[in-house]
Design a protein around this ligand. Structure first.
Ligand code: NDP
Length: 330
């Protein structure tokens, strides 16, 4: 495992990390979650990603129980939460239970600490921008949590470059700590934010990135070309909106063609897709997801396969991808 700086910060994060969306406390049993985390940690992964809204808080509880049971030294890993949607999601949370206002930021942090049973969160993300809260209120709230020792770094998720810069401006004007990292979607089908929109702010503010859905929720494994498996994520009712926009002919065709390249290289399609994300030096860490241990075992090898992606191979990939992104943008 290699480690990268999280933007301009001094924090060194494993280039592959592990997240629990859809899986922990929901799709998979707690034993599988435990085996996955143990496998990830043993392979050198030091960042585990989570959010208040994942499985209505249960994902953080399960992860917290595993952290307690494993008894890994607290200084050997990073754990995150994200605030905005509220535990029950935007629709079902009460007005005071969501958003990026001071009240919800403070309470969401406190509740995440309780669910995880840890004294501080290493990374705390604003899960989406909140147009109903002044940016000053959010930046001050995050800064104060750092001052109180409840979080160590704060960041954003699916914010625009302009919104991130506004947060930095407020921080600078008021001598506060600005956002260290952004969590955008990044994979072979969704590239614009990471490759184009943020291109300047890696340099100007030293933005770090913890990128999500590197396999486009499994589509880039190529497995959807053989039809919908009963245990596939996209078969889940709550994700029908994502399936409709992702599991479409054009994307399946691309995944198949990428599979041919992977075959030529003697690696699997998911390994190719993950190694491709890792080739981008503005990516601080690629957050993996897995519902089965064999998947994680396979995906962890992507770090070794980066070297296979020569400029010639990358050009071949580019020819396949050189179409408009087909996934929903967040
Ligand atoms: P991926 O795009 O990598 O999708 C993971 C899923 O793909 C697995 O659960 C599994 O689904 C399938 N899969 C993975 N590896 C294989 C394999 N080798 N062979 C076959 N199938 C495979 O990542 P996620 O979408 O899970 O995102 C990763 C993390 O990013 C999340 O856990 C979360 O922490 C974070 N995230 C953040 C968001 C944000 O808004 N900030 C949004 C979404 C995610 P299946 O069950 O079908 O087998």
């Amino acid at each position: 495992m290699e480690y990268r700086r999280l933007g301009k910060s001094g924090l060194h994060i494993s280039e592959l990390s592990f997240g629990s969306w859809i899986t922990f406390g929901n799709q998979i049993g707690d034993n599988t979650s435990e085996n996955l985390m143990a496998m990830a940690y043993d392979a050198g992964i030091n960042f585990f990603d989570n959010a208040e809204v994942y499985a209505g808080g249960k994902s953080e509880e399960v992860m917290g129980q595993i952290l307690q049971k494993m008894n890994w030294s607290r200084d050997s890993y990073l754990v995150s939460s994200k605030v905005y949607f509220g535990k029950m999601g935007l629709k079902d949370s009460k007005p005071t239970q969501k958003g990026l206002n001071r009240k919800h930021i403070v309470e969401a942090c406190e509740q995440a600490l309780q669910r995880f049973k840890v004294d501080y969160l290493d990374l705390f993300f604003c899960h989406r921008p909140d147009k109903t809260t002044p940016i000053e209120e959010t930046v001050f709230s995050m800064h104060n949590l750092i001052q109180q020792g409840k979080i160590l770094y704060w960041g954003t998720s699916e914010w625009s470059a302009q919104e991130i810069m506004e947060a930095h401006m407020v921080a600078k004007q008021n001598h506060l700590i600005g956002p260290t990292m952004e969590q955008p979607q990044y994979n072979m089908l969704v590239r614009d934010k990471v490759e184009v929109e943020f291109s300047q702010i890696y340099k100007t503010v030293g933005l770090g990135t913890t990128v999500w859905s590197p396999l486009a929720s499994g589509l880039l494994t190529g497995k959807y070309s053989k039809g919908m498996g009963e245990d596939f994520r996209m078969n889940r009712e709550e994700l029908s909106w994502l399936k409709d926009k992702t599991v479409i002919e054009e994307n399946i065709e691309k995944a198949n063609k990428l599979g041919d390249i992977a075959n030529e290289l003697g690696i699997s399609t998911p390994q190719l897709a993950l190694a491709w994300c890792l080739k981008n030096e503005n990516v601080s860490t690629v957050i993996l997801g897995a519902s089965k241990t064999y998947q994680l075992e396979e995906n962890l090898k992507a770090t070794e396969h980066k070297v296979l992606l020569t400029s010639e191979v990358l050009e071949k990939i580019e020819v396949i991808l050189n179409n408009k992104p087909q996934l929903p943008q967040f």
